[in-house]
Design a protein around this ligand. Structure first.
Ligand code: GLC
Length: 759
């Protein structure tokens, strides 16, 4: 029986150092000072509540003293640059900056039968970003996001509320003032973020599980908010550089012969390729950790041959373990014997249904299960597989009706706390990723950088994995939708993201594949993938004209790879996504706010992909500054919109005048990069430019022991200065200066440690 929701009156408060505790007529509240710009407010439906574990935040959380004052109606708590004003008659939370200026006003919190609801009053010009991969134009205003990981194939339309992942974190940005803030509800439980959908002037956040666990971020820039949010929830570890190259996948390449054939085509056609992916058909009847003995009987030799061609191998692993009679499948036998599978309400192993039929689900919330699962990956390493792809980890289950997920009453250990799937559903994939990366890849190969791709995710997943957007279809709508999806994922802290290039479901069309490959060039994760039963969509599948457009797009990716690598490093250290909306850098230019079909790659490149069928030109808004058209060399003054031509073999890309971009010659795969050469493209212009270009071995974890260096590049008053670090492996510096008509003036400096040149 549900009760009428009620509000809470604050009856007493107790403040000590960084913690303020409120006693209430209903439930309780604790406020924590975290840092200058972060305050945490934990509202619980229980009157006494011990600390709840966080799944998103693993490290210790810092603390900062709170200044607390009380008036007749409010209690104010604040750190230097962040404050919360707590309404005491009926508990409400309004957040301010350090000067007391209101950032976000809250109405009384409702304590319902099953949920706690925080109703907020947005500014008229405020919009919301982040909240994961759900498809909306870009801003979330007018939509609801339900944080409940859901396998929903062919999902990408605007009204879908739940997708594969759950990121209960948003950034608010006010178009009229440029003010921003961040709001994170740190909970594994289901939650719903109604961003002015039901009521146009209300944000309504509903949290299950008896807690609203809010971290409020008051930094004045998006970069500051993402820095703070990822300081808590973690950042991407450095990826091996090959993970940034071009990847080819299909459900499935059905045999080692198929795999070899595909790689030979790439090499014969001189299309760069860094990784080939193995979908579920490599397995023996979909038993994870096995290989089909006939079609993949020579897998080890195949992996060796692919490696000789500079191509890495990635294999899919689903969490479900096939149920077999005893003695048939050792993974199932061992899991049963050790009691590693999640149990139903009666205490028996729960049996669901995935690709192999009857399937059991490891209880990854147990450390011993994670250790077991991790070690099983040795079988793949021994075979020559380099990296992994975790799919169906929502967890998808075709047995129950409705939600298509493992039933909520299935028991989970939860690190000894004994809970159920109802609580751990959203973090099942996170636990699986921990098993794969920590207990598997890093335990087995401590010095190799792990690369994992996941479909399901939750806040904090970026510490372990890249993510793709699941099962889109080959349509122009989905091509276009992948841009806001990517941008919002980046603003959710997980920037290593890409959608299936060419589209997963339905048949790709020639022009679509060309345009999508051009867009994919700028996805942080760049993989062509399509479903079984669909026509092939490798780059050469539609004749020479499309092949050429795809090849040139992929070559552009390799050309820009050193720049991508720099951006990856920036994401690793600061949480800044590699691909950003324009307002990331132009927060006070309201004209950038509605731009959904163009974006920035780092601070210096604006990309305006063609997203419409038949289009040979498109409009592009260039922000303040001067911009060079990368292909034509034409200079554009920023601050206005242009219509630029974009024939099929081109993608409009603009580079900021007064910037320097590290690039490299195109290679067949990253295996063949010559790291003794540093090539810099200089785009002359007003203003000064300076960068510390990061350099490491691109593959190992030595960077975590400080084995990296920085080469200094400055550009000022028409002079470029390059100073190589003494630890740098660079011996040759190539300076290419961009001129009219996209012509390049190139100078080469051999065996140097320093270069100073007029450009
Ligand atoms: C799921 C994945 C897809 C994969 C297929 C078969 O639909 O999202 O990428 O190809 O399963 O494993």
């Amino acid at each position: 029986m549900s009760q009428t929701p009620s509000t809470a009156r604050v009856t007493a408060h107790h403040h000590k150092g960084s913690v303020l505790r409120l006693t209430q007529s209903v439930g309780s509240t604790t406020v924590h000072g975290i840092s200058d710009t972060i305050i945490r407010v934990r509202v619980s439906s229980r009157s006494e509540s011990g600390e709840v574990p966080s799944y998103a935040i693993e490290g210790p959380v810092p603390s900062r003293a709170l200044a607390v004052s009380r008036s007749a109606e409010f209690i104010d708590a604040q750190t230097d640059a962040c404050g919360v004003r707590i309404g005491t008659d009926e508990l409400s939370l309004s957040f301010t900056d350090g000067n007391g200026a209101l950032l976000s006003a809250g109405l009384p919190i409702h304590f319902g039968a099953d949920t706690l609801s925080d109703t907020r009053v947005p500014q008229p010009d405020e919009d919301f970003f982040g909240l994961g991969e759900r498809i909306t134009p870009l801003g979330r205003r007018g939509y609801t996001v339900v944080n409940w990981n859901t396998d929903n194939p062919h999902y990408q339309h605007e009204q879908r509320r739940s997708m594969y992942s759950s990121f209960p974190f948003y950034v608010a940005l006010d178009r009229s003032t440029g003010r921003c803030y961040g709001y994170f509800h740190d909970s594994p439980w289901k939650s719903s973020f109604d961003m002015c959908d039901t009521l146009p002037d209300r944000v309504q956040i509903e949290a299950w599980g008896g807690e609203l666990n809010i971290y409020f971020f008051s930094a004045p820039t998006l970069a500051g908010i993402l820095r703070d949010y990822t300081m808590l929830t973690g950042r991407h570890a450095m990826a091996p550089v090959w993970a940034l190259g071009y990847h080819q996948c299909r459900w499935s390449y059905m045999s080692t012969a198929d795999a070899r054939q595909i790689v030979q085509e790439f090499r014969a056609r001189k299309i760069p390729l860094d990784a080939l992916w193995f979908d579920i058909d490599y397995m023996d009847s979909f038993r994870v950790f096995t290989f089909d003995a006939t079609r993949f009987g020579d897998m080890r030799e195949c992996c060796r041959d692919l490696d000789d061609a500079g191509v890495r191998r990635v294999a899919i692993i689903d969490p479900g373990v096939k149920v077999d009679p005893a003695g048939v499948y050792d993974v199932h036998d061992e899991g049963c014997a050790k009691g590693y599978f999640a149990k139903d309400a009666q205490g028996n192993d729960y049996v669901g249904k995935v690709w192999p039929g009857g399937t059991k689900f490891p209880d990854f919330s147990r450390p011993d299960v994670r250790a077991w699962w991790g070690q099983l990956h040795k079988r793949y390493y021994d075979m020559g597989i380099d990296a992994f792809w975790n799919d169906m980890n929502e967890p998808a289950d075709m047995a129950p009706p409705g939600d298509k997920t493992v039933p909520l009453d299935v028991r989970m250990d939860d690190g000894g706390r004994h809970t159920t799937m109802e609580k751990l559903h959203n973090v099942y994939a996170l636990f699986e990723a921990m098993a794969t990366v920590q207990d598997g890849m890093l335990a087995l190969r401590p010095d190799a950088r792990p690369f994992l791709l996941t479909r399901a995710a939750s806040a904090g997943m970026q510490k372990y994995s890249a993510k793709w957007g699941g099962d889109n279809v080959s349509s122009w709508g989905h091509l276009e939708a992948s841009i806001p999806q990517l941008l919002n994922m980046g603003l959710s802290g997980l920037g290593f993201f890409g959608a299936d290039v060419g589209g997963f479901g339905a048949n790709a069309q020639p022009e679509l594949l060309a345009r999508w490959t051009q867009l994919g060039t700028f996805y942080p994760f760049f993989r062509n993938h399509c479903s079984t039963g669909q026509i092939h969509q490798e780059p050469w599948s539609f004749g020479p004209e499309i092949e050429r457009a795809c090849r040139e797009a992929i070559e552009l990716r390799y050309h820009l790879l050193p720049y991508f690598y720099q951006l990856f490093r920036e994401m690793h250290t600061s949480g800044a996504p590699m691909v950003r909306p324009l307002f990331w850098h132009f927060q006070h230019d309201a004209r950038t706010y509605g731009l959904v079909d163009q974006f920035m790659l780092g601070a210096d490149i604006v990309v305006a992909p063609v997203t419409r069928r038949g289009a040979e030109s498109r409009a592009v808004y260039l922000p303040e500054g001067t911009w060079y058209h990368y292909l034509t060399g034409r200079k554009f003054a920023g601050g206005c919109e242009y219509v630029v031509s974009a024939p099929l073999n081109s993608i409009p890309v603009f580079v900021r005048a007064g910037s320097v971009t590290p690039v490299m010659p195109v290679v067949a795969s990253t295996r063949y990069i010559d790291r003794s050469v540093l090539t810099l493209e200089v785009f002359p212009g007003e203003g000064d430019f300076s960068a510390q270009l990061y350099e490491d071995d691109t593959e190992s974890n030595a960077y975590q022991r400080g084995e990296f260096c920085f080469n200094t590049v400055t550009y000022s008053h028409g002079r470029l200065h390059v100073a190589l670090d003494k630890a740098s492996g660079v011996r040759t510096v190539v300076v290419r200066v961009f001129g009219d008509g996209a012509s390049w003036r190139e100078q080469r400096f051999e065996d140097v440690r320093e270069v100073s040149v007029g450009v």
